[in-house]
Design a protein around this ligand. Structure first.
Ligand SMILES: [Zn+2]
Length: 268
């Protein structure tokens, strides 16, 4: 069968990132919740000391409410949200963070490079409502880790998509059994050739880190990359004897990452 080697990303895809009329969520591991609108999604990781939100969809109160609703719906307590960890300084990831800061007084994490990038190069320069609107409490560097209770997120500097883009590896559990999940922070390759080369270097670096950590789970923060909406729908209705669709195994993870290389080749 002739399958596409990369997703179709169009002007409509970009527009749909602002559609706050549709949200969906699923508990995809014992301790990992995914919340999505049509094109972008975030994760909530549960530790013994509280919750960590990873990325924050879009700067809209509706996105914030959808994430909080999903947390409640799976039986977790939003009052225990302690941290907001961002992959990079684009508006579809910094998202609704300011409501988490205002309401739950979360500690926020991003690289310093992307904090400056977020402020000085807003994704939508002509629209002040999308500009940087909250501050970062901790600047991340390559090799850092973020710990809350029994959970540690390993931090990898993966510049390319943005100059200070970060990617993450962290443990999750499926019926009590440990797996390692990887989230590649900046999905699409940049436009500029030198930056694409950097992006590919970062991809090799992150994949080496993932292999070392025995990653067998691939996560994405854009639904176009991984049939995200369909994976969430499947997870909502998955029966006990059916497989967890996020667990790809280490070979499957490597194969999945090839899409980032494929997308880059067009731009070199
Ligand atoms: Zn981005």
């Amino acid at each position: 069968m002739n399958r596409l080697k990369k997703p179709m990303i169009t002007v409509e895809t970009i527009k749909a990132m602002e559609d706050m009329s549709f949200f969906i969520h699923a508990l995809i591991f014992d301790d990992l919740l995914i919340v999505a609108q049509r094109e972008t999604n975030c994760f909530v990781l549960k530790s013994k000391e509280g919750l960590i939100v990873i990325d924050a969809i879009w700067p809209a109160k509706k996105a914030f409410e959808a994430i909080v609703h999903a947390i409640k719906e799976v039986g977790w307590n939003p009052d225990t949200i302690k941290k907001l960890v961002l992959t990079h300084g684009h508006v579809d990831h910094t998202g609704c963070g300011r409501w988490f800061v205002d309401q739950y007084h979360v500690e926020t994490y991003l690289s310093q490079v992307d904090d400056i990038f977020w402020k000085e190069h807003p994704t939508k320069p002509d629209r002040p409502e999308t500009w940087k609107d909250y501050s970062i409490s901790h600047y991340l560097k390559d090799g850092h880790s973020i710990t809350l209770g029994d959970k540690t997120i390993y931090v990898y500097a993966t510049p390319g998509h943005t100059p200070g883009c970060m990617s993450y590896i962290f443990p999750v559990k499926e019926n009590g059994e440990k797996h390692m999940a990887a989230l590649w922070g900046g999905v699409t390759p940049p436009w500029e050739k030198t930056a694409v080369k950097q992006y590919l270097k970062s991809l090799d670096y992150f994949m080496a880190g993932a292999i070392e950590k025995n990653v067998d789970v691939a996560l994405s923060n854009h639904t176009a990359m991984d049939n995200g909406l369909e994976r969430i729908q499947y997870s909502q209705k998955r029966l006990a004897y059916m497989p967890n669709i996020y667990i790809l195994g280490s070979e499957g993870f490597k194969k999945y990452c090839e899409v980032f290389r494929t997308m880059s080749l067009d731009k070199l």
